[in-house]
Ligand binder design. Structure first.
Ligand code: EZ4
Ligand code: CO
Length: 401
């Protein structure tokens, strides 16, 4: 069997997605997500110029060999653009292998380790009263875990709080600017979780995303102040380039920590995992080298009692979500899966058979990933430049977004 064609499709059914579609001489096809939010065309060009030419004629059965060929063969290792491109190829090859075997991909990964994939939804609103309504909506739909974000009094807009029906941070061709005050934020957040816990009791799992905005000692203080509300995790409390900084947070709080959505290789995770500085590792299929590399990360994590908590925002396409669910259902150390619903336009461009029921997502039972790219539908939504916001302190200093 040989790869005869490889197409890179950029489409924007409400937001931008990059997808790789591989075609084989036997007619079997495979898809992989290659979307890197705000930097989509960099990955599209990497694939088109440097990867597609070496794929033509290759045996699609050789997943590991192709992964090593693209990783070691490029000489320039790691990085989000490279690892997203490799992920797309790897994911598409697992799709093909599943279709050839006549099995859903999770069966190739060892089969089911659980009945369903527990997901968390996003409750966000400007005020605490409004966020309580959002949370109860999730509870009514059967969710067991909810991420809670609210506006901060005194700030004009806050990360994770939508200004429109659909939450979409990549909202303009040139970055919009947001404002930040650590003091206002730290003064407000504990009162939000006090209300939510009071309203919903101890059973509901609650999460919060700091989005890389604190220093280690500020994060330690926040973690400690949230301990009475028993969060499942506090996400990205600080930018994670300084991994030893997490030791300082750990010395002060038992609030569990989750990190990894911007990581792209096992080496980014290594210190946090092996020193047990985090409790959940949030790397994804699309940004961390595909199913092959993600499993390697999760296997390392399992040795250190670290569980998975894969990123699943709407900028990860349904192809990524389909692949993530095959990993989630099969690994021994699954923790939680983030789940933001895509728009109906996106679902129409990426027809899929994974589904939500009773707080769980269930992977497809079809051979392969159980997701496809409808290229005719995709062609109706041309690319639109869109970048993520830039964040500033109130005095104008550029801060982490
Ligand atoms: O800001 O996916 O946990 N989820 C997140 C996301 C990220 C976006 C960036 O592209 O932090 O909302
Ligand atoms: Co996040």
């Amino acid at each position: 069997m040989r790869i005869t064609d490889a197409r890179v499709v950029v489409t924007s059914p409400g937001r931008n997605f990059v997808t790789l579609k591989l075609v084989t001489d036997g007619g079997v096809t495979g898809v992989g997500d290659a979307t890197l939010n705000g930097r989509e065309l960099a990955v599209a060009a990497y694939l088109t110029e440097h990867v597609v030419p070496v794929l033509i004629g290759r045996d699609p059965a050789r997943i590991e060999d192709t992964w090593q060929y693209l990783y070691k063969g490029a000489y320039w290792r790691r990085g989000p653009v490279t690892m997203t491109a490799i992920a797309a190829v790897d994911t598409a090859l697992w799709d093909i292998k599943g279709k050839v075997a006549g099995l859903p991909v999770y069966q190739l990964l060892g089969g089911r380790s659980r009945e369903g994939v527990t997901v968390y939804g996003h409750a966000n609103a400007e005020t605490v009263d409004d966020v309580l309504v959002e949370v109860s909506g999730y509870v009514e739909r059967g969710y067991r875990a909810v991420r809670v974000q609210t506006g901060v009094p005194g700030l004009p807009g806050t990360y994770g709080v939508s200004t429109s029906e659909v939450y979409e941070p990549a909202d303009a061709a040139l970055p919009t600017e947001t404002a930040w005050s650590t003091e206002a934020y730290l003064a407000h957040v504990p009162s939000v979780f006090a209300r939510v816990r009071e309203e919903f009791g101890p059973g509901l799992r609650l999460l919060h995303d700091v989005h890389h905005r604190l220093t280690p000692i500020e994060a330690a203080r926040l973690g400690r102040s949230l301990e009475p509300y028993s969060l499942t995790w506090l996400e990205d409390p600080v930018p994670a380039e300084l991994q030893e900084g997490f030791r300082l947070i750990r010395r002060h709080t038992t609030t569990p920590l989750a990190v990894g959505e911007v990581f792209n290789s096992i080496h980014d995770c290594r210190q946090l995992v092996t020193e047990q500085l985090v409790d959940y590792i949030r790397t994804t299929v699309v940004h961390a080298g595909g199913i092959t590399h993600l499993r390697r990360i999760f296997d390392l994590a399992a040795l250190y009692h670290v569980r998975s908590g894969s990123h699943g925002a709407t900028d990860l396409s349904p192809v990524c979500m389909a692949a993530a669910l095959h990993v989630d259902i099969s690994i021994p150390n699954f923790g939680l899966q983030e789940y933001m619903r895509h728009t109906p336009e996106t679902d129409a461009v990426f027809p899929h058979t994974y589904h939500f029921a009773d707080g769980y997502l269930h992977p497809s039972e079809e051979p392969g990933l159980g997701v496809d790219l409808d290229e005719e539908a995709a062609a109706r939504f041309p690319y639109r430049p869109a970048q993520l916001p830039v964040n500033r302190l109130l005095d104008g200093t550029v801060h982490s977004w």
